[in-house]
Design a binder for this molecule. Structure first.
Ligand SMILES: [Zn+2]
Length: 273
C-alpha cells in the first residue's frame, strides 16, 4: 500500500532538491488496512527503503522511498512524495505539463517528448539546476544522461498520459463544476462548452477522440476558472483534487486512492494513494 508523504513536508520536486533530499518522512500513525484486515491504531515501524527512479525534464534521479511495517498484521506501507505518481517514473510536474500543453495549444506527442526531456525547456520556477541536490549529484546525473537510459518520455508515453486525461475529461468536468459551485464561483463565467475546441482535434482519428480532446480543452479552461491559475493548471488541479476536492482522486493515474481508516487518520484521505 502507498501512503504519500504529507505535502507540508515537501510539495514539489524543486522543493525536494532545495532541501537536498533531507525531508522528514513521518511514520504512519496507524495501519491503513481496514478493521476486517487489521485496523491496528499503533504507529507503524520503519522497515528499510527501496530505490525509485524519478525523471524530471531529462534529469534522472534515484531517490530512497521509505517503507514502514505494521506490528500487528506485518504488512508494509511505502511513503513516496506527493509529486510522484504511483508506478510512474516521470514526476507529476512533467506529466501534468504534457496534458496542459496538449489541451491548450497545437502540439504533437513528438514535440512534447522533446520539450519534456530537455532541462532547457523547463520554466524558471521549476528549474532545479541551481539546487544543492543537483550540484552534488551533477556528475552521476550527466553520466546517466549519456547512457541514454530513457530519461526522455517516448511519444507513445506522452500519448498515453494525454489519452488517460482525455478518457477522464467528462468526469473531471463534472467534478470541476461541482467544485466551482462549492467555491462560490459562477458557472456562467465559463465560456460556453461548445465554444472551446482543442487545437489538436483535427488530428483525431475518431469522433469520440475528437470530442474527448475538446472536453479536455474545456476541462482545462474550467480548471483555470477554479484555481485562478494561468497557463498550466493541471499540476495545481491534481493537488487540488487530492487535497481539497469533495471527490478525492489522482487525475494522473487510475491507481485507487483512499485510506480505509481515513476518518481516524491525522492525514487527510487525500494524502493517501
Ligand atoms: Zn496492520
Amino acid at each position: 500500500m502507498i501512503v504519500a508523504v504529507e505535502r507540508k513536508a515537501c510539495d514539489s520536486f524543486r522543493q525536494f532538491c532545495e532541501m537536498n533530499g533531507e525531508v522528514e518522512v513521518e511514520r504512519p500513525s496507524h495501519c491503513p488496512r481496514p478493521k476486517e484486515e487489521c485496523g491496528s491504531l499503533r504507529p507503524m515501524r520503519r522497515n528499510g527503503s527501496y530505490p525509485k527512479q524519478v525523471i524530471y525534464w531529462g534529469l534522472l534521479f534515484v531517490l530512497a522511498i521509505l517503507r514502514f511495517r505494521c506490528g500487528r498484521c506485518g504488512r508494509t506501507v511505502s511513503r513516496p512524495y506527493s509529486w510522484l505518481v504511483p508506478y510512474k517514473r516521470f514526476s507529476a510536474e512533467v506529466i501534468a505539463t504534457a496534458i496542459d500543453e496538449y489541451a491548450s495549444s497545437e502540439s504533437s506527442y513528438r514535440e512534447l517528448s522533446d520539450s519534456l526531456s530537455e532541462a532547457e525547456f523547463v520554466e524558471e520556477q521549476d528549474d532545479v539546476r541551481q539546487s544543492k541536490l543537483f550540484v552534488q549529484q551533477k556528475e552521476s546525473l550527466s553520466e546517466a544522461r549519456t547512457k541514454k537510459d530513457g530519461s526522455r518520455p517516448s511519444h507513445t508515453t506522452v500519448f498515453r498520459w494525454v489519452e488517460y486525461a482525455c478518457r477522464q475529461a467528462e468526469s473531471s468536468i463534472q467534478q470541476l463544476q461541482k467544485e466551482l459551485i462549492r467555491r462560490g464561483k459562477d458557472l456562467k463565467q465559463l465560456p460556453p462548452e461548445s465554444a472551446i475546441e482543442n487545437a489538436n482535434t483535427y488530428k483525431a482519428r475518431s469522433k469520440t477522440k475528437a470530442e474527448e480532446l475538446d472536453r479536455l480543452a474545456f476541462a482545462t479552461v474550467a480548471a483555470r476558472g477554479l484555481l485562478d491559475e494561468g497557463k498550466r493548471p493541471w499540476r495545481k488541479l491534481r493537488t487540488y483534487f487530492l487535497a481539497k476536492a469533495e471527490f478525492c482522486k489522482d487525475l494522473l493515474t487510475s491507481t485507487p486512492t483512499g485510506c480505509q481508516l481515513h476518518r481516524l487518520c491525522n492525514l487527510r484521505s487525500a494524502e493517501v494513494f
